[in-house]
Design a protein around this ligand. Structure first.
Ligand code: ZN
Length: 699
């Protein structure tokens, strides 16, 4: 494009922005996306909810309509489509939505309208691409199809949390229609999902824009604590000591939401519980009270939040572990909407993991169970849900799992619920439009959910910058504060911590082997005694690792144990006699399958954990080559996936940056870089050198 074209495009964008949408300015990140879309580059845009992603296709659609172009927007949610269609029509933009909610007559009229170029923007549900009539109408206007935008594009990926099989129809539709511009937008796509989006849509060298996830005004912290009793006390303390404004408390279950709301009320806090168990009227009333300032604190399940925009939330507490970073960040992100600081605290008890695992298993039954249940109901039609546990089904499923299985079969046209009497059917027997049924999909979804939960656990135990962790997760480039922010518990407490000496690192590895050998049976003191050989219980005499830290005093070993815990290599069980065991990553290091990252393992004197002192780490000098950085990042993601470890285990961000600055060309040179020891050289050395060389070849 010539400079004049670029100028012309920019003028057009700002004119439409003002005339049709009434804004003077675009929000951060929008212009880059819109320009690339208009220039005909395939674009994947990742922006959090509320950052203005729909404008990224609405504005180009409006501009392109001036030249007679029609834009197609694929969206999975009928309600959302309706809102957008109404608002665009109010702005004078000719818009239609083609969904299963429209009557056959309406659909015919709309297809005619598309053929006659009566619309600028057409919203469509992904399932429509199955319809021959729809595809034929589109083929007729193929020459004026200016843009195909896919909203909630993560739905195309089985790795996403919202897989919609109908999205898979889009790949073929794109081949058939060859739209001149292609845009995929989503609020949530991990690197893995983004690769999948590009592949499924057949995008060649897509341009990726990730913007808007950075929320420097939010201070993140995780507090490890005991059960509900302990949590209740912490919540009351934090709420009553908060710095003005209102507060949100999120709980995993209705029961917990009620419990903490009651406890807060008993402590004279104006708090209300909010969850899906309350009727609409009741919920609306609570929401109103909160918006009007008659209530200071809402204790809610994840049912709360849609469409609530209270700007003065100063504190968001998660009383229970959430199931994904996406969910956590969205809920925590309701703090500080007015641009002023807010604090987001997650109360973490490792026992909460089991609750979430149970909920995942209950929501996504195994394929084996779905098939067996269908067969059972085929043989014995008319059974009720409560009778099902009397029959032998694979995995002896819990009632909530059975209820999910019934729902899944029903949704796909394989089961009818006739007043509580269940009957197995086939979609073709009952007719109607049902999504394709793949029983294994439920199982795969459970795997995806467990992976996401694992990342959430890693976040909870993360010993370095939490903002950095989240930005890495979403794949947004970090700003200047690559290593340290001033808005998370780890960075704020970092000044007090010390890097481990080489001999302490060796001791830490030995200590992991001691814990591996005792296999989670004992607590800290006992472990320390076995490690330095001072525990003379003859049960331990035969242990290979006994005395491997002989000569080291008890206190130093306890400090090391704490460092290993805060780095998520060890975890403590709850209860009266807590024991210490290895985490997944800790086990790998004990077995020699992974190496200890000295960046993450730091000795933090327990007394100064809450100190507010900060310290900036010395940044390596020189400039990191952006292309090399991106290439290393991709390599790290691929290696992490291949070895099933978190990416920081492959190498830390600091190491990544140094690599991109130093750009070693030999394995020896590689060994000189911070954080790259002999075992990393051996395992990943060739790949790293290749990634850097490849990049150099391109430049
Ligand atoms: Zn930080």
């Amino acid at each position: 494009m010539s400079d004049a074209d670029v100028q012309g495009t920019q003028d057009g964008i700002h004119r439409v922005l003002k005339q049709s949408f009434g804004f003077d300015e675009l929000r951060p990140g929008q212009l880059e996306v819109i320009e690339d879309v208009l220039a005909g580059k395939p674009v994947i845009s990742v922006m959090p909810t509320g950052a203005g992603k729909s404008l990224c296709y609405q504005l180009p659609g409006t501009l392109l309509a001036e030249d007679g172009g029609v834009s197609l927007v694929v969206s999975p949610l009928i309600a959302l489509m309706k809102d957008q269609v109404d608002s665009l029509r109010n702005r004078g933009i000719r818009t239609a939505a083609l969904t299963s909610a429209s009557s056959p007559a309406e659909q015919t009229a709309m297809l005619e309208g598309i053929r006659n170029s009566e619309f600028d923007i057409v919203y469509v549900a992904p399932e429509r691409f199955r319809s021959h009539r729809f595809m034929s109408a589109l083929r007729d206007v193929r020459s004026s199809l200016a843009l195909l935008a896919i909203d909630e594009a993560h739905c195309i990926s089985e790795w996403g949390h919202d897989f919609r099989p109908a999205y898979r129809l889009l790949g073929q539709a794109i081949i058939d229609l060859a739209p001149r511009r292609l845009l995929a937008v989503t609020a949530t796509a991990t690197p893995q999902v983004r690769v999948d989006i590009a592949n499924q849509l057949g995008m060649q060298d897509p341009i990726l824009h990730v913007r808007g996830f950075s929320r420097p005004g939010l201070t993140f912290a995780v507090e490890h604590c005991g059960g509900p009793k302990d949590k209740g006390k912490i919540i009351i303390k934090k709420i009553t000591e908060r710095n003005g404004g209102s507060a949100l408390v999120y709980a995993a279950t209705r029961k917990n939401a009620e419990r903490y709301a009651t406890e807060l009320a008993a402590a004279d806090v104006r708090a209300r519980a909010y969850h899906a168990g309350l009727d609409d009227q009741h919920r609306d009333a609570i929401q109103d009270e909160f918006m009007n300032g008659d209530v200071d604190v809402i204790v809610a399940t994840n049912a709360f939040g849609m469409g609530v925009d209270k700007t003065d939330v100063r504190l968001v507490i998660h009383a229970d572990l959430t199931r994904s970073i996406e969910a956590y960040y969205q809920e925590a992100g309701r703090g500080g909407r007015d641009g002023k600081p807010a604090t987001c605290v997650m109360l973490f008890n490792h026992g909460d993991v089991r609750l979430q695992e149970f909920l995942i298993d209950a929501s996504f039954p195994k394929a084996e169970l779905l098939r067996a249940l269908w067969k059972l109901l085929r043989e014995r039609p008319g059974l009720g849900l409560h009778q099902l546990p009397d029959y032998e089904l694979p995995g002896s499923p819990h009632e909530s799992t059975l209820s999910s299985a019934v729902r899944i079969l029903g949704r796909h046209g394989y089961l009818l619920d006739e007043g509580g009497a269940l009957r197995a059917v086939q979609p073709k027997e009952i007719g109607g439009d049902y999504p394709e049924f793949v029983p294994e999909a439920s199982e795969r979804r459970a795997d995806v959910e467990r992976d996401k939960l694992q990342t959430m656990i890693e976040y909870s135990y993360h010993a370095a910058c939490r903002h950095g962790f989240v930005l890495d997760y979403f794949g947004e480039e970090r700003g200047d504060e690559v290593h340290r922010c001033e808005a998370c518990d780890n960075c704020l407490g970092f000044g007090e911590s010390k890097e481990l000496t080489n001999s302490q690192q060796e001791q830490a590895e030995s200590l992991l082997r001691v814990v591996a050998e005792i296999d989670g049976r004992f607590g800290r003191k006992r472990i320390a005694g076995i490690a330095n050989g001072s525990d003379d219980d003859d049960r331990f005499y035969g242990m290979a690792s006994r005395g491997s830290l002989s000569g080291t005093n008890q206190k130093d070993i306890l400090d090391l144990l704490r460092a290993l815990e805060s780095s998520a290599l060890l975890e403590q069980s709850r209860g009266e006699y807590p024991t210490i065991k290895l985490t997944r990553t800790g086990k790998k290091i004990a077995q020699g399958k992974a190496t200890l990252d000295p960046e993450l393992l730091r000795l933090i004197p327990s007394a100064s954990r809450s100190s507010r002192k900060t310290r900036k780490s010395a940044a390596p000098s020189g400039n990191a080559d952006p292309a090399a950085t991106e290439r290393l990042r991709q390599l790290r993601t691929a290696l992490a996936k291949e070895h099933s470890v978190p990416s920081y285990v492959i190498f830390s961000n600091r190491t990544l940056e140094e690599l991109a600055i130093v750009r070693p060309t030999s394995l020896d040179g590689l060994g000189e870089v911070h954080g790259i020891g002999p075992s990393r050289v051996e395992k990943y050395g060739d790949d790293i050198i290749a990634a850097l060389a490849d990049d150099r070849g391109r430049a």
